[in-house]
Design a protein. Structure first.
Length: 276
């Protein structure tokens, strides 16, 4: 720990809002972690505290999330046209504006936000149209999130009032699976399709946290590795799509559900964007 690290009240409050932990616990976690938020969250977890997982979708504030595929369902897009207040995001004109940006993305088959901003809507680029909206509405507005999925069959799903969008890529067409799996992803927020796609550093992080939790409980060191392995397996079941309990029937996994529809049906990839 660095003796020069200064932790502000704002940083403590931010960590508290993200994790739900107490103020003093958050302060200590940030001090011990030299102000590193990820490390502070790990510190709290190692101490046995139940904290909220830090997800990328916390970055979004307000706005409209649109998910849509090309007519042949081979390519899917998600965009988040963000703004500062829900008063703006719920406006019908703003939603229509976001949909027009999505249609431009599909028509031009763009690959990223930079390409999308250069596409023309009428006589002006999307970047110019966004600037017009900023001047008109008086809020910061941008395409803050952009995701694209290509596969033999892509399903798109919008959850709530444009609060979340999901894309799922399959190896073959199956509309029923597309709808159900997209809803599963929306509800359960998996981090990967299956265990093989979970980054090694994530697995090691979960394992180390589990070992520290076990030690904190006063259990013998020789038991730590075995118990930790069980905790990591539980993490896979809760956090990877195919292993998760199917939301429509918790007696089977998502993988089991897919087999009932078609033994050869596989999820290739997925994307999920939500307002935080």
């Amino acid at each position: 720990m660095s003796v020069t690290t200064t932790i502000t009240a704002a940083e403590i409050n931010k960590l508290r809002q993200q994790t739900g932990a107490g103020m003093m616990d958050c302060r200590k976690a940030l001090i011990e972690s030299d102000g590193d938020f990820e490390a502070a969250i790990d510190y709290l977890r190692k101490k046995g505290q139940k904290v909220a997982a830090l997800r990328g979708d916390r970055e979004a504030k307000e706005g409209v999330v649109i998910a849509k595929t090309t007519n042949d369902n081979k390519i899917g897009y998600i965009i988040n046209v963000s703004c500062e207040t829900d008063f703006v995001s719920k406006n019908a004109e703003y939603i229509a504006f976001a949909k027009s940006i999505m249609d431009a993305a599909i028509t031009n088959k763009v690959n990223n936000v930079e390409e999308l901003n250069k596409v023309k809507l009428g006589n002006e680029t999307i970047a110019d149209k966004l600037n017009e909206q900023i001047a008109k509405i008086g809020e910061k507005i941008s395409v803050s999130k952009f995701e694209k999925v290509e596969a033999p069959y892509v399903a798109a799903y919008i959850h709530g009032s444009y609060r979340m969008g999901v894309l799922v890529g399959f190896n073959k067409e199956n509309e029923e699976a597309g709808k159900d799996v997209a809803m599963q992803i929306a509800a359960m927020n998996p981090i990967a399709v299956d265990q093989s796609e979970v980054p090694t550093e994530t697995i090691e992080r979960e394992r180390n946290i589990a070992i520290e939790q076990i030690k904190a409980e006063g259990k013998p060191a020789e038991m730590a590795e075995k118990i930790a392995a069980g905790k990591v397996n539980k993490f896979f079941k809760e956090s990877t799509l195919i292993a998760q309990a199917f939301v429509k029937d918790s007696n089977k996994s998502v993988g089991d559900y897919l087999k009932t529809l078609d033994p050869d049906l596989k999820v290739l990839s997925f994307k999920r964007v939500a307002l935080g």
